[in-house]
Design a protein around this ligand. Structure first.
Ligand SMILES: [Mg+2]
Length: 233
């Protein structure tokens, strides 16, 4: 079956896991206190301070308490919607003022642009929010790559291991699953996509992948150490 659309993961696939872990998350933790102190009067920021206070059972006026709570949640990796939204605002400011650029591997950038020029539809599916995905590709090492992509999906469609998530995405992009190639470094995600009928390729970048050479050799699906090694059936 000919591939018409490509759905790609970000971390460990188009981009290094280290960028998110060692640049984005520490930046948010470092900047959140002053960001909130300086912008607490902005309606969007005020609403998120209020949402955090409610979630933490604190008075909304206790900004320093809210800040302390957010930093504690970051430290214990709590999945808080308010925290995620605040991190999104801080990351947007960091991208816009040039504090960092979205990391994309050179091989991924070259192949994504070539596929786009060949008329393949490109989509992203990542556990980071759609807003965070657009920022990473919009302010990437190679400039604005968002014109390459037709759409973005995050875990609001469902968990990345679940067959149903891939079925929903195939419906949303109006393609038979067999025409979609899913790229990821996580085998549990590939299994979900295969169960939904997708074709897949396992990205085993030496920089990001800690699977054993045997596991890679014996993999029941195609593997690629970079986007240059991905074969389109
Ligand atoms: Mg990944």
């Amino acid at each position: 079956m000919v591939i018409r659309a490509i759905l790609t993961d970000i971390e460990g696939t188009t981009s290094s896991i280290r960028f998110v872990k060692e640049v984005l998350f520490p930046y948010a933790a470092q900047e959140i206190p002053d960001f909130l102190r300086q912008r607490q009067a902005q309606p969007e920021v005020a609403a998120l301070i209020g949402a955090t206070a409610t979630e933490a059972n604190l008075p909304t006026a206790d900004l320093e308490g809210v800040i302390e709570q957010l930093l504690a949640w970051i430290a214990c990796d709590r999945k808080s919607t308010a925290l995620k939204a605040i991190q999104g605002l801080v990351w947007a400011a960091g991208y816009q003022d040039g504090s960092y650029r979205g990391h994309v591997y050179a091989d991924a950038q070259q192949r994504l642009q070539a596929w786009h020029q060949q008329g393949l539809e490109l989509y992203v599916y990542s556990s980071g929010s759609v807003q965070a995905q657009k920022l990473l590709f919009g302010y990437s090492d190679y400039g604005d790559l968002t014109p390459c992509f037709q759409g973005y999906f995050d875990t609001t469609v469902g968990p990345k291991q679940a067959r149903e998530s891939y079925e929903k995405i195939a419906q949303a992009i109006a393609r038979p699953a067999q025409e979609i190639l899913f790229l990821s470094d996580a085998t549990a995600e590939l299994e979900g996509a295969i169960a939904a009928g997708y074709q897949v390729c396992w990205l085993v970048r030496p920089e990001d992948c800690n699977a054993s050479p045997d596991a890679i050799r014996q993999a029941p699906y195609p593997t690629a150490r970079s986007f240059a090694e991905i074969n389109l059936p």
